[in-house]
Design a protein around this ligand. Structure first.
Ligand code: HSE
Length: 434
């Protein structure tokens, strides 16, 4: 095949990055793909806005079906996001025997089963490098480079917006709301950045990585999710005094017959390999049984990095088509992906260390009341800090614990919240990498 025709649905940020790379790096891409990758049609509801790149306007249409139903289009690139319309378009394209490239993490995380089985049924390739980590080639690493390994651990900073907000809070000591406003002003966050800050976006990406690692879609609702909105500059400062920083982490671990999968703010030691992943950067740590630890780092969002990921999928597909192969790698890189479901370990079975910040009345005996409750639940204290001025008559008492079971921590906190010597809900942050 000398020419591979591509139809793009969605001409927003990622769509225009994709067109820009295909145009500016055309010769290189042709050389690498072995065929010319030609943009045959681009569909978007907005046909007027200037995308800042030269584009032949005769390629534009407001009707996505013109792209999907065009018999000359070999590959449909879905870049509209959202789940309903995008799913309809992708399934229709697959029914027509077209390969699909998508950046749509929400769709894959929440409806992946239908999409993966449609790709299998119609014998087409589904490529989704841009769905996780922007320009970081983590999907190809997981589907190909690490395919000889049992995956033991995945630990990711998978959301650039929340990482930027936390970096601002850490470096400037400013409160969450102020850091969010600043991030929106700089264009690094949507207004409001709900799915970024509440852990949903990172959980979507984690669901995709876990599905590839273990070869079956994950029930998205079973991934534990917490956001960064309750963190205060005090928590970040106390974390620093203990020798830690706070990151929104997406963590998955093979724990025998189950998989742990969770997204929440976590304290990691300042010397941890992920501690210096700052600003809008993403990083993914993956550990395999034979390869050992691998670390991937780069820009997790933006027009050029994400466009780079989309075009890498197009090159892969062009190579495949050139060799007359319709399908090379199953969506989740396991041929039996339908056969198994991934059991996610309930969160209350988690065993880790914890940070607690109590708001306590400053009077004799308070510390012993708190440590008494912890002791009753088998939670052992590792370190305590109590200093700082009173806020509304209370002082922060901050503790790090040894490893404890989450169900015991929840029970202890429930009792703690009813102690009259505590004036506010206790802040809890899990500690990783000790
Ligand atoms: N909104 C995402 C982030 C980028 O902030 O990382 C797209 O997945």
């Amino acid at each position: 095949m000398k020419r591979v025709n591509v139809g793009i649905i969605g001409f927003g940020t990622v769509g225009s990055g994709t067109v820009q790379i295909l145009t500016e790096n055309r010769d290189l891409i042709t050389d690498r793909a072995g065929s010319e990758i030609v943009i045959r049609k681009i569909a978007d509801l907005d046909l007027r806005s200037d995308r800042g790149i030269p584009v032949d306007r005769s390629l534009l249409t407001s009707n996505a079906l013109e792209v999907i139903d065009d018999p000359e289009v070999h590959i449909v690139v879905e870049l509209i996001g959202g789940t309903d319309q995008a799913k309809t378009y992708i399934l229709r394209a697959m029914e027509k025997g077209k390969h699909v490239v998508t950046a749509n993490k929400a769709l894959l995380a929440e409806h992946g089963k239908d999409i993966y089985s449609a790709a299998e049924k119609h014998g087409v390739t589904l490529a989704f490098e841009a769905s996780v980590g922007g320009g970081i080639p983590i999907i190809k690493a997981m589907r190909e480079g690490l395919s000889a390994n049992h995956i033991k651990t995945i630990m990711g900073i998978l959301n650039g917006t929340s990482n930027y907000i936390l970096t601002q809070m850490t470096q400037k000591g400013i409160p969450y709301g102020e850091a969010v406003d600043e991030t929106i002003k700089l264009g690094y966050a949507e207004d409001p950045p709900t799915l970024d800050v509440n852990g949903t976006d990172a959980a979507h990406k984690l669901a995709i990585l876990v599905s590839i690692a273990f070869g079956a879609p994950v029930p998205f609702g079973s991934i534990h999710r917490e956001g960064i909105d309750r963190l205060t500059p005090d928590d970040i400062r106390f974390a620093g005094e203990f020798g830690y920083c706070i990151k929104l982490l997406a963590i998955a671990r093979n724990v025998g017959d189950k998989v742990e999968a969770r997204v929440h703010p976590a304290m990691i030691p300042l010397g941890h390999i992920m501690a210096n992943v700052s600003g809008v950067y993403n990083a993914i740590y993956v550990e395999g049984d034979f390869v050992g630890p691998n670390l991937y780092y780069g820009l997790g969002a933006g027009k050029k990095p994400t466009g780079s990921a989309v075009v890498s999928d197009l090159i892969h597909l062009a190579r495949q088509l050139r060799n007359g192969t319709k399908k090379l790698i199953p969506p989740l890189a396991h041929v039996r992906s339908e056969a198994r479901a991934i059991p996610i370990r309930p969160m209350d079975e988690l065993r880790t260390s914890y940070y607690f910040r109590f708001s306590a009345i400053d009077r004799p005996g308070v510390l012993s009341r708190i440590s008494g409750v912890l002791g009753d639940h088998g939670i052992s204290i590792y370190s305590v800090i109590q200093k700082g001025r009173k806020v509304n008559g209370s002082v922060p008492v901050v503790m790090l614990t040894h490893e404890a079971v989450e169900s015991s921590v929840l029970k202890a906190l429930d009792r703690m919240d009813r102690l009259e010597v505590l004036t506010d809900k206790t802040m809890v942050i899990r500690v990783e990498g000790t």
